[in-house]
Ligand binder design. Structure first.
Ligand SMILES: [Zn+2]
Length: 227
């Protein structure tokens, strides 16, 4: 578990500025904890990180605080059309640990939203997306971790091209990896909005912090209690 957390931090800790103040509205360290899910069992080590556009933006700003966040957001705008996940699905077999390949994960994984709409990972990606994924891969490879796969799903669905998954909108996202060989499968869910991306407001009744994803105040039970 500790090594997984470390790896998650390394993804964005490409430079030592992690301890520095971020100038963007989103704190990337808070976001790392929110976008990561683990499923550790006796025979498996599963992990997934949802990497929305807002994540790359926060990571970019953490690395280069001098950047203009508006223009970086514009540069990364193409990511709104995709949902990127970093996935590790590892079994601890008799012959040592084995990780599912990208092809195995692509075939066995789907992403489902709160309305039950499901999408499968894409296999053909435009160069812009491939280039970004390569940067992420390089940062992992340079740290000796080869077990992570990157899965890219469509970011919009339906005739209205509605954004499938947004850390800013109320909803949920579920990543389902089916059983493959000895890997027993895993299901991970993210509830949105992410607290790191949406400013909490005070509860209308008790005045305590009311997170945007909550339907009820955790402190006094007030329904939809934000002012
Ligand atoms: Zn309250």
């Amino acid at each position: 578990m500790r090594s997984l957390l470390l790896v998650a931090t390394l993804l964005i800790g490409l430079s030592p500025v992690l301890s520095a103040q971020t100038s963007g509205p989103v704190n990337v360290n808070d976001m790392v904890l929110e976008v990561m899910r683990t499923d550790i069992g006796k025979d498996k080590e599963g992990m997934a990180m949802w990497l929305p556009q807002e994540f790359f933006l926060a990571a970019g700003m953490a690395q280069s605080p001098g950047l203009d966040s508006g223009s970086l957001a514009k540069d990364l705008d193409f990511l709104q059309d995709y949902s990127v996940f970093m996935v590790q699905a590892k079994t601890k077999g008799e012959d040592g640990p084995r990780s599912l390949s990208t092809a195995q994960l692509r075939a066995s994984t789907s992403l489902v939203d709160e309305a039950g709409r499901a999408v499968k990972p894409l296999s053909d990606l435009p160069p812009k997306v491939e280039n970004l994924l390569n940067l992420v891969r390089q940062s992992f490879a340079s740290r000796g971790n080869e077990d992570f796969r990157l899965l890219v799903f469509p970011g919009r669905t339906g005739a209205d091209k509605r954004v499938f998954a947004s850390p800013l909108r109320k909803g949920s996202l579920t990543l389902k990896v089916g059983k493959v060989d000895e890997f027993s499968g895993m299901t991970m869910t993210w509830k949105t909005p992410l607290a790191s991306c949406v400013k909490p407001r005070p509860c209308a009744k008790c005045g305590e912090t009311f997170q945007a994803a909550w339907s009820y105040c955790a402190w006094c039970g007030q329904a939809g209690g934000a002012k």
